[in-house]
Design a protein around this ligand. Sequence first.
Ligand SMILES: *Cc1c(COP(=O)(O)O)cnc(C)c1O
Length: 494
Amino acid sequence: MSRVRRHVTLDEPLLFERSSPGKSGCQLPPLDVPEVDAEQALGSNLVRREVRGFPEVSEVEVVRHFTRLSSWNYAIDLGLYPLGSCTMKYNPRLNEAVARIDGIASAHPYQPESLSQGLLEIQRTLEAFLGEICGMDAVTLQPAAGAHGELTGLLLIRAYHEANGDPRRVVLIPDSAHGTNPATASIAGYDVLEIASNASGMIDVARLKAAVDDSVAALMVTNPNTVGIFERDIQEVARILHAGGAQLYMDGANMNALAGIARPGDFGVDVMHLNLHKTFSTPHGGGGPGAGPVAVREHLEPFLPLPRIFDDPHGLRFDWDRPKSIGRVRAFYGNFGVLVRALSYILAHGGDGLRNATVDAVLNANYVRKGLEGHYDLPYNAASMHECVFSDSRQSRRGVKTGDIAKRLIDYGFHPYTVSFPLIVRGALMIEPTETESKRELDAFISAMQAIAEEVERDADLVRKAPFNTRTSRVDETRAARKPVVVWEPRSRK
Ligand SMILES: *Cc1c(COP(=O)(O)O)cnc(C)c1O
């Protein structure tokens, strides 16, 4: 069959390539007021003399162009999004409806407290639920993201040590940590000391013990860690730190593996953050608003950021008079819409539902692990929590790297997994299916990954050149990041 050119294709030309001279998206009526000179009216620095190559197109051409491009976007509403460490789960529409309720969506941050009682109640209730889920005594909802929560948490630890007259300067971080952890510790003014993991991918307790002295302010640990393994020795880790006068910080971004099953406060954590945009179902990716609430044990409560909500005989009020507080970490009261979605998600699930979601997340990750373990190398053979991490060591013998496998996965219609992270696994393939995926969707993903493993054996070159079903295949990623081309130059197009 001879090739035909489909009218609407996945090879949408650039808007510039649709341009024809003199076309315009709007028509203005003839001028009925005196003409003014743009340069005189606006100032010459604001008037462009020449707009070279600017596309001249009609309104419908613009609308169709962007509508077509938008349909190329891979989203959680389209299919499995197995990006490890990111918890890309489906976000129920109910949460969106609740966040848009009039009176919530249209509230103004300068609205007086007396007219904001329901909004304050939302925050108070969410604080209580998150405290209960984490087994902690108090929660601030203000940090705007996970990394912001980390910074807030470390500033609390700093304030605590300083109040005890014992400022310390070192933060210990396992080598499996998310990159934000060392960055946060450094921005909070601490020296970072890395703790190497043991052969099982967990914190090496003996190494930790040797590292804890009176200069150590805290250990930042992710549990389950970034290789998807629960830190079994966490209680012993907490005991060692506390005996040395240090605090235990937990990066709770992976709470999707624990909620309703285990509470960090019960295994010795002093302070932690949550990623509401991961565990508590807010749409994320692409830089949209998130929230990184911080939960603390009682001894850190006096240092929490301003303001705090308290019960007054006349209703709920903000308390600004807290002399030990680290102060403000954000304008107003956090990303309120995200907080509403999280509360809606928690209420809709209830305790049993949250627990079920966790169990299903862990089950799905183990199902994927079992489906792929004959095809890809598993560096750590412990049972997975919410995600599983493979390495490309088998495929790299044939010259195929984790990035090549991810590109080939695009041809099969899936968003890639997380590539080359965590750093302690060479050539990592990090997969987090989440609980919202059906067995059918997981099976389709497993088949695609198995098919790619077979392709590597048969025709490694094919996988190295993928993807084939996209407008652009391989780009020089380093150059694209360092020297992006943001100016369009006309070029001829067949
Ligand atoms: C996502 C993530 C973070 C950072 O959260 P942001 O909201 O992106 O700032 C930190 N630690 C871990 C383990 C994560 O997965």
